[in-house]
Write a protein that binds this ligand. Structure first.
Ligand SMILES: [Zn+2]
Ligand SMILES: [Zn+2]
Length: 354
């Protein structure tokens, strides 16, 4: 079955005010992937406040084609328009919020981590990057620069950080530099992804910046050196006392990915692209890319999500994160992102400001 198949159905927008009461879609479990033809939700008209029932697939494929049934104004902005005034907190995942609060409850954490980062990576990062990585810009990798600008424009990020490409066996990208921010991505990632997917990855990294994640992300990378020891301790193998700061930082680090994934979707405005990125991070193959099935991947992701108790999973994740630090748990994230696209704030954030 085609994932990006044409919209099936006749009328996307019902009569204004047709949905009284709550939106049933928010109470049900996550939608399957691909969506059933009749999967719909209510979108409020920004101009007249009328309630419009819209077919989700149509909203994902052609957001700018949806009109309000009452006043005929556009309901959502198009894929090429920037999300003016977008801020990280507007799409922050609740788990990010919660774990950040826990992290910041550790006394003096912000000052401590800032000092740690300033004394170590901040001083050497730009020197290291400039002498090791290829800097994108001008006539250097113009395709990547164009995708970077598109991602920034969509998220209304006005100041672009430095962008680097480096040789690495893993498909990976990361953001660093508190005073002088930068983004770096591996050539493996570049080679395994389409232009749209590369743009999505860059948007994910820009979302980390827009959400002010960079200081803590950098600290998490630094403290990651001690993480194996930490896992040993937590699993009861060692006899030491758990360091609460490290645990809080690891837990937050993982949850911050959920927020950045939302930023990625807000930039590309097509769940299939964002989910495919997560699939490729999980197990992409440049050679057999055509055989990768997004539908099967999502089936697996949604099944895994139903299986685990959120609380237990969260604790296990914090421990296991050490095994795969940069972009952990792509299937968990895919299920979260899909739920947000269908039932969360995603479409509300795309509401036309007209
Ligand atoms: Zn209206
Ligand atoms: Zn990330």
């Amino acid at each position: 079955m085609a994932i990006d198949g044409p919209f099936v159905g006749s009328s996307s927008v019902g009569a204004a005010g047709s949905a009284s009461g709550g939106d049933p879609s928010t109470e049900a479990g996550p939608f399957p992937y691909p969506l059933p033809d009749d999967a719909a939700r209510i979108v409020l008209c920004h101009s007249c406040q009328g309630k419009n029932r819209v077919l989700l697939q149509r909203a994902f494929d052609q957001p700018d084609k949806l009109r309000c049934g009452r006043c005929q104004q556009a309901l959502l902005i198009g894929k090429e328009s920037p999300l003016r005034g977008l801020q990280g907190k507007m799409y922050q995942h609740p788990l990010d919020q919660k774990s950040l609060a826990a992290l910041e409850a550790v006394p003096g954490v912000s000052t401590l981590l800032r000092k740690l980062v300033e004394a170590t990576v901040e001083r050497y990062d730009s020197l290291f990057n400039e002498s090791s990585f290829v800097r994108v810009g001008g006539t250097q990798l113009p395709t990547v620069e164009r995708l970077f600008e598109r991602a920034a424009y969509a998220l209304d990020v006005r100041e672009l950080p430095a962008l680097y490409v480096y040789q690495g066996a893993e498909a990976n990208a990361f953001t660093g530099g508190v005073e002088a921010p930068y983004i770096a991505m591996t050539s493996t990632l570049l080679d395994g992804m389409s232009d749209d997917e590369v743009m999505a990855v860059l948007a994910h990294e820009l979302a980390h910046m827009q959400s002010r994640h960079v200081l803590y992300k950098t600290a998490a990378r630094l403290l990651g050196f001690a993480a194996a020891e930490l896992a040993k301790v937590t699993l009861g193998i060692g006899g030491l006392v758990m360091v609460p700061l490290q645990l809080a930082l690891l837990s937050w680090d993982r949850c911050s990915e959920l927020t950045a994934d939302r930023g990625m979707l807000l930039a590309v405005r097509d769940p299939a692209i964002a989910l495919r990125v997560l699939m490729k991070l999980a197990g992409g193959s440049a050679r057999l890319g055509r055989e990768l099935s997004l539908a099967r991947f999502m089936e697996q992701a949604l099944r895994a999500r139903q299986a685990g108790d959120e609380d237990v999973m969260s604790r296990v994740f914090t421990l296991l994160q050490t095994a795969w630090r940069s972009h952990p748990f792509p299937l968990w994230r895919a299920a979260e992102l899909w739920r947000w696209a269908c039932q969360g704030e995603y479409l509300n954030l795309l509401q036309s400001a007209a």
